[in-house]
Design a binder for this molecule. Structure first.
Ligand code: ADP
Ligand code: MG
Length: 285
């Protein structure tokens, strides 16, 4: 009988040893896994820290842009009155002066001043603080044209042509200032895309009426957008531009503005060929 008991104890011990060995193996494995996870975690923290730093830099950049906007507005305001005086006086002189050469010179001054005034006006309109949530009947063609005036010179020097195809469209309810921002960003994005390819250098701006809606399209002959990026371009901070060049905020703000106007914004793009942004807004009529 006692011998039987001994046998039982030995068997029990053996079983225990087996269990313990198994546990030990499991523990070692768990320890290895934990160590690996730790390394992973450190990588993750590093990656997230880097992203955060990038985001902060971009925020600083967009704050800087806002400051520049305010400054430009101030400068434009100061220049506006003297320009008005130059223009009126030149026009008066044109009437008085008889000498054809002098008249020609004065006409050149008038034309130059007019251009300056248009740019300054556009800058003033652009930098004006948006009247909060104010919706008024607006002419989309005029809004787009103001933006074009503001950007014209810059695009000229970059040898990019704007083709305007304004349709006969009804007024819409909107915030002119915010809509200007939308089109400024779309046109500047188109410019950047064209600068990347260097082939055909044309931006077409088209407006037309579709049933009760007003449609505006900004069409470029630029580099196009990679398929995998299409779903990301409206995300805040998504940019494929160099540090300091892009904030990645333009399209996300544009999207919000259009959404606020009960509108829709869509994009279609062919890589290497160009991109079309389409905005649909409800007409007032
Ligand atoms: N017309 C376009 N052609 C090609 N890519 C575009 C165009 N518009 C926008 N994108 C892409 O979408 C990204 C986000 O645009 P946006 O939000 O305006 O930010 P940003 O211009 O500062 O990069 C751009 O970096 C670019 O990759
Ligand atoms: Mg942009």
């Amino acid at each position: 009988m006692p011998q039987d008991e001994d046998k039982k104890s030995v068997a029990e011990l053996k079983r225990l040893v087996k269990v313990l060995t198994k546990r030990e193996i499991e523990l070692t494995k768990a320890k290895d896994e934990l160590e690996e996870l730790n390394v992973h975690l450190e990588d993750k923290v590093e990656e997230r820290t880097r992203q955060l730093k990038e985001t902060q830099e971009q925020l600083i950049q967009s704050a800087k842009m806002a400051t520049i906007g305010t400054l430009a507005g101030g400068v434009a305001h100061e220049i506006n009155n003297p320009l008005g005086a130059i223009l009126t006086n030149t026009q008066m002189l044109i009437i008085e002066v008889k000498d054809p050469d002098q008249r020609e010179a004065l006409k050149l001054i008038e034309e130059g001043t007019r251009r300056c005034r248009d740019i300054v006006m556009a800058l003033l309109k652009y930098s004006r603080k948006p009247e909060f949530d104010e919706f008024k009947p607006v002419e989309l063609n005029n809004i787009i044209n103001d933006v074009c005036n503001l950007l014209q010179h810059q695009l000229d020097t970059e040898n990019i042509h704007i083709k305007k195809e304004y349709g006969d469209i009804p007024q819409i309810e909107g915030n002119a200032n915010e809509l200007q921002q939308v089109f400024t960003n779309l046109i500047l994005n188109a410019r950047d895309a064209i600068k990347r390819t260097g082939d055909a250098r044309e931006i077409t701006i088209r407006t037309y009426r579709e049933n009760n809606s007003v449609v505006a399209q900004v069409i470029d002959t630029g580099c196009g957008i990679l398929k995998e990026n299409i779903s990301k371009i409206f995300d805040p901070f998504f940019t494929t531009k160099d540090v300091g060049k892009g904030t990645g905020l333009g399209l996300s703000i544009a999207y919000k503005v259009i959404e606020k106007h009960n509108g829709k914004m869509e994009v279609s793009s062919i890589l290497g060929k160009g991109t079309t942004f389409t905005i649909k807004l409800l007409g007032g009529g």
